[in-house]
Design a binder for this molecule. Structure first.
Ligand SMILES: CC(=O)N[C@@H]([C@@H](O)[C@H](O)[C@H](O)CO)[C@@H](O)CC(=O)C(=O)O
Length: 303
């Protein structure tokens, strides 16, 4: 029986790049130390934030190895997102992870010949799950990027019946009503990770206590404080902290696409060099970085 025990806040880690777009593997060691010192116990490698959809399979494998090597020194649970590539490569990555010391898998749907129904999507996730039968497998629901709009409660129900190592979903959507329906059909050993940083407090109120959000890299303790306030039923505090995190996000969003602005924010807030986004995405300008910094200072989020 495959067990899945990761819970709570999981940052989807950035892929540090050098200015020539090669991967900066050496930066992963201090990055992981920073996360561990801030209470993080698990990471998602290869998510949207990690830009693995823009990397080669060999770079992805080296990144998996590096995160396993470094992450294990901190006792991290290592989840790896294997989707966003041709199916043969996705299955190759899943098989690789099953032997590399990874703790769980996440997969996007097929992104070109997209699933049209619940059973199409279950079929795809089952192929991935069978390639790594020793690992828990979760589905990455992110319709804003994948454009796959299959009904999630129905999918989770059918996947749970058919795929023995299917252990849950990363739910990146602002539709908390659908998220609550998913929560109702999940079994005890399955989990849902919300992917909406600005909705942590209301989601926690609905009983959604795990999340994967880019901002947990920048503000890991603030995100945890939001969940703690909800747990203590301190509504005033939960709302104030959520507002702080949401305003921090809004200090970035006018300046460009999500990963470029967040990579810039990571360097401004933590000093950890994650470099430019992977091509074809482009870095934001120095002026834009200055504007983000000024806003974060005005919000007293940084000094
Ligand atoms: C598209 C995207 O990057 N979504 C973010 C969220 O953190 C999201 O951008 C954020 O909630 C917007 O406020 C996460 O779901 C990212 C994530 O989990 C990943 O990198 O896989």
């Amino acid at each position: 029986m495959v067990k899945f025990n990761a819970r709570g806040l999981m940052p989807p880690v950035f892929t540090p790049l050098n200015d020539d777009y090669t991967v900066n593997y050496a930066a992963i060691t201090p990055y992981a130390t920073f996360l561990a010192k801030n209470g993080i116990k698990s990471v998602l490698v290869g998510g949207t934030t990690g830009e693995h959809m823009s990397l080669s399979v060999s770079e992805r494998k080296k990144l998996i190895d590096k995160w396993v090597e470094v992450g294990k020194t901190h006792g991290f649970h290592i989840m790896v997102q294997v989707g966003g590539a041709p199916l043969a490569d996705v299955l190759d990555l899943a098989k690789y992870c099953s032997k590399a010391g990874v703790d769980s898998l996440l997969t996007l749907p097929e992104l070109y010949f997209k699933p049209q129904s619940v059973s199409d999507l279950v079929f795809y996730v089952e192929l991935v799950a069978k390639a790594a039968p020793n690992l828990p497998v979760l589905y990455y629901h992110i319709p804003s990027m994948s454009k796959v709009e299959v009904n999630m409660p129905a999918f989770v129900k059918e996947a749970s019946n058919i795929i023995s190592n299917f252990k849950g979903i990363k739910f990146t959507s602002n539709d908390l009503s659908e998220a609550a329906q998913v929560l109702r059909v999940l079994k005890d050993d399955q989990e849902m990770f919300l992917g909406a940083d600005s909705l942590l407090a209301p989601a926690a109120l609905l009983g959604i206590k795990s999340a994967i959000g880019t901002t947990f890299n920048l503000f890991p303790t603030l995100a945890q404080d939001i969940l703690n306030a909800v747990e203590k039923a301190d509504v005033v505090q939960a709302r104030a902290l959520q507002e702080k995190l949401s305003l921090a996000v809004e200090a970035h969003t006018p300046e460009g696409p999500w990963v470029p602005i967040m990579k810039a924010g990571m360097e401004i807030v933590t000093g950890i060099k994650v470099g430019p986004p992977a091509l074809p995405q482009l870095p934001i300008s120095e002026e834009a970085k200055k504007r983000i910094e000024t806003k974060l200072k005005a919000l007293k989020i940084i000094n």
